[in-house]
Design a protein around this ligand. Structure first.
Ligand SMILES: [Zn+2]
Ligand SMILES: [Zn+2]
Length: 265
């Protein structure tokens, strides 16, 4: 069980291995009290299409990265503090199965496991880690979560005006508040969403209206809003796009969870 692993050599060895796979592209991961709970490959829904990512579940953080060489080399490391994570199971549809949402204050996205059993294992382990963390810290679960972005392919016209057709020139934008795919004119306002950025972010006109009416009593309000399209320096590119992956996971690598033989009742 996780508590037994804390000071174990096996755990230290596994964490060193994860660090070395990320190399200089990653953060140091070995900190006192940290346990690698499990690891495996999940499909992450990205802006353009679903992509294979390597995930590492620790007892306090969730780490994922791009797979450069399967089981040997990863990059583009992302670290998510579990304290602010909330999971939400997704219904299967004809295209995507065994999925759930990983929601955090700054970013939310969908992932998919290969089988329903694996989905169950991942969700149970992640939720157990979150529960343990919150119980230990006495903190409350974070209630505000970033919107899940609608994938580009799901909108051929603007979801706000329902008219503007997307082309190479008429680019898609994402509302940072609701995640909708919208055209430029329908998202020409910015609003400060402190959980996501210190700069005002692109929001659709609908969300802008809602945000300004609910926020109107805020004194600093006027400083936080802007209509200048270039004000935030933020763009719509995604951090984890378009890498070349060698050694894609073969047929099907099962996720590994450590030391949970007698755990997770
Ligand atoms: Zn529009
Ligand atoms: Zn919106």
């Amino acid at each position: 069980m996780v508590d037994k692993l804390v000071n174990s050599e096996a755990n230290a060895r596994r964490i060193t291995m994860v660090e070395s796979c990320f190399g200089s592209s990653g953060q140091p991961l070995a900190v006192p009290g940290r346990v690698l709970v499990g690891e495996g490959v999940l499909t992450k829904m990205c802006r353009k299409k679903p992509k294979t990512r390597q995930f590492f579940l620790f007892n306090d953080i969730l780490v994922y990265g791009n797979i450069i060489i399967n089981k040997k080399k990863y990059n583009k490391q992302h670290i998510i503090p579990l304290e602010e994570v909330k999971l939400e199971s997704l219904e299967d549809d004809s295209q995507y199965k065994n999925g759930w949402l990983i929601c955090t204050a700054s970013k939310s996205f969908a992932v998919y496991a290969a089988t329903a059993i694996e989905k169950g294992e991942w969700m149970a382990h992640i939720n157990k880690c979150i529960d343990d963390l919150l119980r230990k810290s006495g903190k409350k679960a974070v209630s505000v979560h970033a919107a899940v972005w609608v994938p580009d392919g799901e909108a051929s016209v603007c979801m706000h005006c329902k008219k503007s057709q997307f082309t190479i020139i008429n680019r898609r934008h994402h509302c940072r508040k609701c995640g909708a795919v919208v055209c430029g004119p329908c998202s020409n306002k910015r609003f400060l969403l402190p959980n996501q950025s210190s700069k005002p972010l692109r929001v659709c006109l609908h969300c802008y209206d809602v945000l300004t009416t609910t926020k109107n009593h805020n004194s600093t309000d006027s400083a936080l809003r802007g209509t200048n399209a270039d004000s935030s320096g933020e763009d719509d590119s995604e951090d984890d796009d378009d890498e070349k992956t060698k050694g894609q996971p073969e047929a099907h690598d099962l996720p590994k969870f450590y030391g949970d033989a007698e755990k997770l009742e």
